[in-house]
Design a protein around this ligand. Structure first.
Ligand SMILES: [Zn+2]
Length: 654
C-alpha cells in the first residue's frame, strides 16, 4: 500500500520531466485474426471450459548452440511443476508437444506478408522457422516457434519516416493463470495463436512522450486497417526498450494500452534519471571515500533467531533451513533510502530484485531500526560488520532458505555495483497502474536454433505479386473516404471502421434507404452504451443486426425500437429478433390500427380539444406516443395527429 501511495504521488505531483534525451524502441506483438492456429487446425478461441489438465516438470534443455544464460540456470534450479489447463476445442496434441507441428497456416503467412509490404519492408528470400528457448513453461515444448518474414522498411508518422527493423511471424504463448511457487498454471487456448512481431527502430525524442504514443498509434491503425488482426484486450502487446541520456537499455514487457504506455514511459524516465542522480552522488563520495560492495558478508542468524520482530519470525517460519546474512557496503551510507524522486530509491530496487528469487524483501541500514528490529539488534550487526561510521558505511540484511541465499547475495552485490554506472540492463514488467517492476536480468540473445520439423521454404513471386492489391490504404485515407461516401463525420467514421460492425454497416448502408449516420450510431453508440451497462454484445449476431435493419426498411418496426431490441437480445432475455419484437409488443401497427388508437385518444380528450383547440396538440402527442412508442415512427404519429386536429378545429369553426 505504501509503495502505491508513493507512486501515485510521483505521477500526480506534476513534477516536470527531467530534461533528458529519451531513446525508445518498440516491439509490437499483434494477434492475427485467423480462424485457426499457426501450426495446427485448432480454432483460435478463448475456451471457457478448460476442463482437462496435464502436468509437466520443467527442465530446460541446453540449446543446440550450447548456450545457457544465468536466468536459465537459476530457473532450472527451481524444478518447477507446471499444470496446463485445456479444452479439446482449442488444443490438440501439437499444443501438448506430443505431435510435430503441421504445415504453416497460409492465412497467417499472407497477413504477415501484406503487413510487411505495407511497411515497405524487404521480404526475406527463404523463410526459416526457428525455435526460441523459453524457460518459464509458457510453451509446453520449452521453445517458441518464430520466423523472420521481412527486414527494413518504414512507417510515416507526422511526415517523419520511422524505421522498421524486422517483421516476424510467431506463435503466441500460453496464458498464465496462477503461480504459487510450487505449481505454475497455464491455459493452453492461446498457445499457437499467430502473432506478428514488428520491431521498430529506436527513436530519440526530447521530453515529448506524445511523439512516441503517436508512433504506436499509427502502427496500431495500420494493423487494424488491414482488418486481419484481432481486437480486444490482450490482442496487442508491446515490449518497449527505453533508455535515457545514452544509458543502458531497459526492456519493459507486456504493455497493452496506450494510456498505460504513456504512464510507464513517464515512470521509467523518472526512475532512470533518479538512478543516474544516485550514481552521481556515489561518484562524489568516491573522491573522498572508498566504495566497496560486500567488503564483509557475515552470518547473523543467531542474532535474528532471537528477534521479537514479527517480520523476521515470518521469514524464519516460511522458509525451511532459513539463514540470515548481513552485507557490508562501504560508501553507501544514506544512499539506500535516498529518494531523488518520490518512490525511486536503491532500497526499493533491491527489494524488487530479490523477489525474483522468491525472497520477500531486504532490510537496509537507512531504514533500521524498524519492522520490530531493535536498535540493539542493529548495533550488534554493525559491530560484527566492523562498521564504525554509519553516515558513510551501510549494510543490508537478508534472510531466506540457505540453498539460494548465496545467489541472492551475489545478485544484490552485482546490482549495487551498477549503482555507480546508473541504470542496469534488465527486463521489467508493467503493473496495472503503469509503473514498472524488475522481472529478470536481460536474457542473452543466442537462444534460437532451427526448427527441424519444418523445412525452410520460399515465398513464390506469384504469391507476392497477388498480395500487392491487398495492401491496406492508410488510416487517414480510409476514414476520409468513409466520411465522403456515407456523409458521416470523422469521429463516427473512425468508430464504425474500428468496430467489428464495419462490414455490416457497409452492407446495410449500401443496400437500404436508411441513413448511414443512423446505422453507424446504432451500431457503435447504442451497442457500446449497452455494453457499459454490462450486457453482452456477443449475443447480438451479425445476422440479427441485418434482420433488425431490414425490418426497419420494410416499416415493420419503428427506428425507436432498435435499441430496445438490442437490449433484450444482449440481456439474453429473448432467443432472437422476432422473439424480442413479440415480448416488447413492438409489432408495427397497420394504418387502420394506428388510426384507431389515435381516434380513441382524441375521443377521450374531446373536451380539452374543444376548449384549447390547436394548443392541445402536445397533450395528444404525448398520450399517443406513450401507447405507440417503438411501434410507429414518431414523425408519422405527429403528422396524423396534426392532420386530425386541424380537421376538428376547422370543422368546429364552420
Ligand atoms: Zn492444436
Amino acid at each position: 500500500m505504501l509503495t502505491f501511495k508513493i507512486f501515485y504521488g510521483l505521477l500526480k505531483m506534476n513534477l516536470n520531466l527531467p530534461d533528458v534525451k529519451i531513446k525508445i524502441g518498440f516491439e509490437i506483438h499483434q494477434q492475427l485474426d485467423t480462424k485457426k492456429k499457426l501450426f495446427c487446425d485448432c480454432y483460435c478461441v478463448d475456451a471457457n471450459n478448460l476442463d482437462s489438465t496435464f502436468i509437466r516438470k520443467l527442465r530446460p534443455t541446453q540449446s543446440e548452440l550450447g548456450f545457457f544464460d544465468s536466468t536459465t540456470i537459476f530457473e532450472s534450479k527451481k524444478n518447477r511443476l507446471i499444470k496446463y489447463h485445456f479444452s479439446p476445442n482449442s488444443s490438440c496434441l501439437v499444443e501438448a508437444d506430443e505431435e510435430p507441428p503441421h504445415d504453416i497456416n497460409s492465412d497467417a503467412l499472407e497477413t504477415a506478408l501484406i503487413i510487411s509490404l505495407a511497411l515497405h519492408s524487404t521480404i526475406v528470400d527463404e523463410i526459416h522457422v526457428m525455435r526460441k528457448i523459453v524457460i518459464d513453461g509458457s510453451n509446453t515444448s520449452g521453445f517458441q516457434r518464430t520466423m523472420l518474414i521481412a527486414t527494413g522498411g518504414y512507417i510515416e508518422v507526422n511526415d517523419n519516416k520511422i524505421g522498421i527493423q524486422t517483421i516476424s511471424l510467431e506463435e503466441d504463448a500460453s496464458k498464465i493463470i496462477s503461480d504459487d511457487g510450487v505449481f505454475r498454471e497455464y491455459s493452453l487456448d492461446r498457445l499457437g495463436v499467430p502473432l506478428i512481431e514488428i520491431a521498430v527502430e529506436p527513436v530519440t525524442v526530447s521530453g515529448k512522450i506524445e511523439e512516441i504514443i503517436k508512433i504506436a498509434t499509427t502502427i496500431g491503425q495500420l494493423l487494424r486497417a488491414s482488418k486481419r488482426v484481432s481486437r480486444g484486450l490482450g490482442s496487442i502487446r508491446q515490449d518497449v526498450n527505453i533508455s535515457i541520456n545514452d544509458g543502458n537499455v531497459v526492456e519493459v514487457k507486456g504493455v497493452q494500452q496506450l494510456d498505460q504506455l504513456f504512464t510507464m514511459i513517464k515512470y521509467e524516465i523518472f526512475r532512470q534519471h533518479g538512478l543516474m542522480l544516485i550514481s552521481e552522488k556515489l561518484k562524489t563520495i568516491q573522491k573522498t571515500h572508498e566504495i566497496a560492495i560486500g567488503s564483509k558478508i557475515i552470518d547473523v542468524h543467531d542474532i535474528m533467531n532471537n528477534s521479537k520482530s514479527k517480520v523476521i519470525k515470518k521469514i524464519i517460519t516460511s522458509s525451511g533451513d532459513c539463514i540470515f546474512k548481513a552485507i557490508r557496503i562501504d560508501g553507501f551510507g544514506g544512499l539506500l533510502g535516498f529518494e531523488p524522486y518520490p518512490g525511486i530509491r536503491l532500497g526499493k530496487e533491491l527489494g524488487e530484485l530479490v523477489r525474483f528469487y522468491g525472497i520477500g524483501g531486504i532490510f537496509h541500514s537507512d531504514e533500521l531500526p524498524n519492522y520490530g528490529i531493535t536498535l540493539q539488534e542493529v548495533q550488534m550487526v554493525r559491530k560484527r560488520l566492523d562498521i564504525i561510521t554509519d553516515e558513510i558505511n551501510a549494510f543490508i540484511l537478508v534472510g531466506g532458505p540457505s540453498e539460494i541465499l548465496d545467489y541472492v547475495i551475489n545478485a544484490i552485490c552485482e546490482r549495487l555495483s551498477y549503482a555507480l554506472i546508473g541504470v542496469p540492463y534488465e527486463t521489467r514488467a508493467i503493473t496495472v497502474e503503469g509503473k514498472t517492476v524488475f522481472s529478470r536480468p536481460r536474457a542473452g540473445s543466442a537462444r534460437m536454433y532451427p526448427e527441424t520439423d519444418i523445412p525452410p521454404f520460399q515465398i513464390s513471386p506469384l504469391l507476392l505479386e497477388s498480395l500487392y492489391t491487398k495492401i491496406p490504404k492508410t488510416w487517414n485515407d480510409i476514414i476520409l473516404s468513409i466520411t465522403q461516401k456515407y456523409k458521416i463525420n470523422i469521429q463516427l467514421a473512425e468508430q464504425i471502421f474500428d468496430s467489428r460492425y464495419y462490414q455490416i454497416f457497409e452492407k446495410i448502408s449500401d443496400s437500404t434507404s436508411i441513413p448511414p449516420s443512423f446505422v453507424a450510431s446504432k451500431l457503435v453508440e447504442d451497442i457500446t452504451n449497452l455494453e457499459r451497462q454490462g450486457f453482452d454484445s456477443k449475443l447480438l449476431t451479425i445476422d440479427m443486426i441485418k434482420d433488425v435493419f431490414s425490418r426497419l426498411e420494410l416499416n415493420e418496426i419503428a427506428k425507436e425500437s432498435i435499441p430496445l431490441i438490442f437490449e433484450k437480445i444482449m440481456k439474453n432475455d429473448v432467443a432472437g429478433v422476432e422473439d424480442a419484437i413479440v415480448v416488447l409488443g413492438l409489432k408495427s401497427l397497420t394504418e387502420t390500427e394506428l388510426n384507431e388508437v389515435i381516434d380513441s385518444i382524441i375521443q377521450e380528450y374531446s373536451d380539452i380539444i374543444k376548449s384549447k383547440g390547436r394548443d392541445s396538440f402536445s397533450l395528444l402527442m404525448g398520450r399517443s406516443m406513450s401507447k405507440l412508442r417503438g411501434k410507429v415512427d414518431g414523425q408519422k404519429v405527429n403528422n396524423i395527429i396534426k392532420q386530425k386536429l386541424e380537421q376538428l378545429v376547422h370543422n368546429r369553426s364552420k
